[in-house]
Design a protein around this ligand. Structure first.
Ligand SMILES: [Cu+2]
Length: 164
């Protein structure tokens, strides 16, 4: 009985080790590139094809709870590569969306701070690191980008996107 339990434990450990090694081996290829590009159309656009990115926008996030730049003008149809840097000492994230979506999402994050999410229109960036978002702005309108780490959005960590 005891012996069987040990054997099961050993094989489980082995399985998780090999799963980790497999994930690790491909880590340098980049998580986003490895996935197929989503065809889901949101109110504020769709996931962009990195090969079709016509513009690179550098965005800085700081512990002053601000994005730099704080506003952006984008041409409708444009595929933008956002290079998002966290120059602060705490975690920040850039999430693109409509004002209502961001507010709802921020409220949800307050209730479930450890909620895990990863979508093509968001980048979670640890201190000192840089992540990218490739997004195609297929629809005209006024949108936002915000940091939904609890308290940050409320402190004014939100930028304005104008697509026309
Ligand atoms: Cu933040």
């Amino acid at each position: 009985m005891h012996r069987m339990f040990t054997a099961v434990m050993a094989s489980m450990t082995l399985a998780s080790v090999s799963a980790f090694a497999h994930g690790d081996k491909h880590a340098d290829q980049g998580k986003k590139e490895a996935k197929a590009i989503s065809t889901e159309e949101k109110d504020f656009g769709r996931e962009g094809d990195p090969k079709k990115a016509t513009r690179t926008v550098r965005v800085d996030m700081s512990d002053k709870m601000r994005f730099t730049p704080a506003s952006l003008a984008i041409k409708q149809g444009e595929t933008v590569k956002f290079v998002v840097r966290n120059s602060g000492k705490t975690m920040h994230e850039m999430v693109i969306g409509t004002a209502k979506e961001l507010k709802d999402h921020a409220d949800m994050m307050k209730k479930h701070p450890t909620m895990e999410h990863d979508e093509p229109y968001m980048a979670h960036v640890p201190p000192g690191k840089t992540e990218t978002i490739i997004w195609q702005f297929t629809k005209a309108g006024e949108f936002n980008y915000g940091c939904l780490i609890p308290g940050h959005f409320e402190a004014g960590m939100v930028g304005r996107l104008t697509v026309k």
